[in-house]
Design a binder for this molecule. Sequence first.
Ligand code: ATP
Length: 240
Amino acid sequence: KTGAPLLSVQNLDVKYGAVHAVSGVSFEVRAGEIVGLIGPNGAGKTTVIDAVTGFAPATGAVLLDGKDVSDLRPYRLSRRGLGRSFQDVELYDDLSVVENVTVGAARGHESSAVAVSERVRTVLDTVGLGEVADAEVSTLSQGRRQLVSVARVLVSSPKVALLDEPAAGLDSSESRWLGDRLRAARDAGTSILLVDHDMELVLTICDRVVVLDLGRVIACGTPEEVRSDEAVISAYLGLP
Ligand code: ATP
């Protein structure tokens, strides 16, 4: 079901002064995959996303669809098909769901207003927000708010969407719902790199999982392989 590498991260390295936040990280996201990026607090997950999307200074290489995009600025990467969401959801509370998602569509894509509006509706249906499309965002549950920010990424039709903790603050039923919606998005053609602390979500919906600890990849494989990996188990031991 999966295909060629869409996103290839090679030997990524990020230093913040004396802090070596990411060391020699390599992994791929192939067409049709949801890849999980997990690890204990401070492991470097957000830094990897920041480096890949041009928000953090890094060495190494990032290839999107086989082309080197390592030195591109964030907005150019977004035009090339690399979408991302941020850890803290920033939505326009007094605007509707449609309006919030349209903000994402307006970025970088030169389409007619009608085409944008159709695209927004399609994405809202994919993530299950069709029924609340015209509701003000302030009236939504936390789970639905997170979905609005996911929809805002998907609406630019990224080849790969990098999602930073979309399940933060969700209860287990909201998180399962989000998982189903992310699978629907993948099946509709968007490959996903998913950073999240919700292990059940990650191990349930991901095709492959990359595990970071102290800035390095300590394991990579199917959810089953990663779950039983000694290095992974010991990295997580002692966590609350
Ligand atoms: P969490 O799960 O807590 O979000 P994470 O795996 O996303 O953690 P990062 O936020 O990427 O981890 O942080 C990795 C390391 O880099 C940490 O030691 C962190 O303190 C450090 N770090 C991150 N951003 C900066 C920055 N802007 N300046 C200095 N150090 C930073």
